[in-house]
Design a protein around this ligand. Structure first.
Ligand code: NAP
Length: 362
C-alpha cells in the first residue's frame, strides 16, 4: 500500500523529534512536511535542529533536507499531506487551539499532543486501550463546527497520567469500582521540552511543582472515563483523584506512586495481577503497529519499576507496574511507569492515528 503522507507541527521540539525518529520505518505513514516557529522556518530540518537534536539515532535521511515551514504558513503546506501530528508549543494555548482547528477546517485531521484542546467537550482525548469508543464524538465535532471535508482534532492526554490510567481502568473494567486514588508522580526532565528545566535547578534536586500538571492529571482521567452525550463527552464523576506532581532528575520515564480505595468489592492480589496480565483491548485486537503486545507488564522484583530499566518495555509503549502491596489507609498501592515522550507523547499520538486510520477517519 502507498504510505499516507503526513506532516508534523512542532517537528523541531522534543516531541516533534520523537515523531521524526519513531516514524522512520512506519508501515503506514511517511513524513513529507515539517513545521515549527518562524525561528526555524525556511531552514532545512537538519539546520533547524542541529544544536538541539536529542535523539540517540541520527536524523533520518528523508527528513534532513525537508524545508521547515512556519506552522501558520498554509501556502507552503505540501498538498499531499493527509493529516498532521501537532507537537507545537505556541506561547498562548488559545492560539494553539485555534490553529489546530484551522488545519481541521482545511480538511486536515490533527492528532495533537498539546493540552490546548483537551478540555473541549467535542474533542476526543484518547488512550486507545481505554476509550477507543470516543472516536465516535468526531462526527459530533464536525457537525458542531460545520466541518464537511473530513477534518477534525483528536488529542492525547497529559503524559503524567499514562502510567496509572491503564492499570486503574483495567481494574474498573473488571468490575472493581474505584472510589478514591492518591497519586504522586515523579516526572522526567524531557517532559518539559527542550531546553526544559535548567540543570542547576534539577541536578541533585527534586522540584515539587510542575505548572498546571496537577489539575491536568486530576481532571483528564474524568474525561477519558466519560461517556458520549449529545454535545460531546460528559465527564465521569464517580471517582476522586488527588495528585502531587514532581520533577525529578531522570531524562525519560514518568513514575507514579498510586494508592487506591475501591467502592465496595476489593480485589485480591491474585485477582489484580491476573486482570493486569490478561488486559488487552482494541489496539491489540486490531494488531495496530504501535500497540504494545502486553499493555500492562507487572514486574515482581521489589525494587522495580525503574525508569532506566523499564521505560523502553515494548518499544516504550507498555506501562510497567510493580510493588503491589496492601495499603494501611486505602486498599492497595503500587508503582507504575511509562515512557513520557513515547507512550506519553509521540508513540501515543501515533497509536491514536493508527486507531483513527483503522476506523477509516482518514
Ligand atoms: P519543545 O521541545 O519546547 O518544542 C516546541 C515546539 O513548538 C518546537 O518545534 C518549536 O519550534 C515550536 N514552537 C514554539 N513556539 C512556536 C511558535 N510561536 N510558533 C510555532 N511553533 C512554535 O516542546 P515539547 O516537549 O516537544 O512539547 C510539544 C508539545 O507537546 C507541548 O504542547 C507539550 O505540552 C506537549 N507534550 C510534551 C510531552 C513531553 O514529554 N515533552 C509529553 C506530552 C505532551 P522552534 O524549534 O522553531 O522553536
Amino acid at each position: 500500500m502507498d504510505k499516507i503522507k503526513i506532516g508534523v507541527l512542532g517537528a523541531t521540539g522534543v516531541v516533534g523529534q520523537n515523531y521524526v525518529r519513531l516514524l522512520i520505518n512506519h508501515p503506514w505513514f511517511e513524513i513529507v512536511d515539517v513545521a515549527a516557529s518562524p525561528r526555524s522556518a525556511g531552514k532545512t530540518y537538519i539546520e533547524a535542529v542541529k544544536k538541539k537534536w536529542q535523539m540517540i539515532v541520527p536524523i533520518p535521511e528523508k527528513v534532513k533536507s525537508l524545508l521547515v515551514r512556519d506552522v501558520q504558513d498554509f501556502n507552503s503546506l505540501n498538498p499531499e499531506v493527509s493529516f498532521v501530528f501537532s507537537a507545537m508549543d505556541l506561547p498562548n494555548k488559545d492560539d494553539t487551539r485555534k490553529l489546530e482547528f484551522i488545519y481541521a477546517s482545511k480538511g486536515i485531521p490533527v492528532v495533537s499532543n498539546s493540552s490546548a484542546n483537551r478540555r473541549i467537550v467535542d474533542v476526543p482525548m484518547l488512550i486507545p486501550e481505554i476509550n477507543h469508543k470516543h472516536v465516535d464524538v468526531i462526527p459530533i465535532q464536525q457537525k458542531n463546527r460545520g466541518i464537511e471535508n473530513g477534518g477534525f482534532v483528536a488529542v492525547k492526554p497529559n503524559c503524567s497520567l499514562q502510567s496509572y490510567m491503564t492499570p486503574l481502568y483495567a481494574l474498573e473494567q473488571a468490575g472493581y469500582k474505584i472510589d478514591k486514588v492518591i497519586i504522586t508522580t515523579l516526572q522526567a526532565t524531557s517532559g518539559a521540552g527542550y531546553p526544559g528545566v535548567p540543570s542547576l535547578d534539577l541536578v541533585d534536586n527534586i522540584i515539587p511543582y510542575i505548572s498546571g500538571e496537577e489539575a491536568k492529571s486530576e481532571e483528564e482521567p474524568l474525561k477519558i472515563l466519560g461517556k458520549i452525550g449529545e454535545k460531546g463527552i460528559e465527564n465521569y464523576k464517580d471517582i476522586q483523584i488527588s495528585t502531587t506532581c514532581t520533577r525529578v532528575p531522570v531524562v525519560d520515564g514518568h513514575t507514579a506512586s498510586v494508592n487506591v480505595k475501591f467502592k465496595d468489592k476489593v480485589p485480591t492480589r491474585e485477582e489484580i495481577l491476573k486482570i493486569w496480565n490478561d488486559f488487552k483491548s482494541l489496539p491489540q485486537e486490531l494488531n495496530l503497529p504501535f500497540a504494545p503486545k502486553q499493555p500492562i507488564i507487572y514486574i515482581d522484583n521489589e525494587d522495580r519499576p525503574q525508569p532506566r530499566k523499564d521505560r523502553d518495555n515494548d518499544k516504550g509503549m507498555a506501562v510497567t507496574v510493580g510493588r503491589l502491596r496492601k495499603d494501611n489507609v486505602f486498599d492497595w498501592k503500587f508503582v507504575s511507569l511509562s515512557h513520557n515522550t513515547i507512550r506519553g507523547a509521540a508513540g501515543g499520538g501515533i497509536l491514536n492515528a493508527e486507531l483513527l486510520k483503522a476506523k477509516e477517519f482518514f
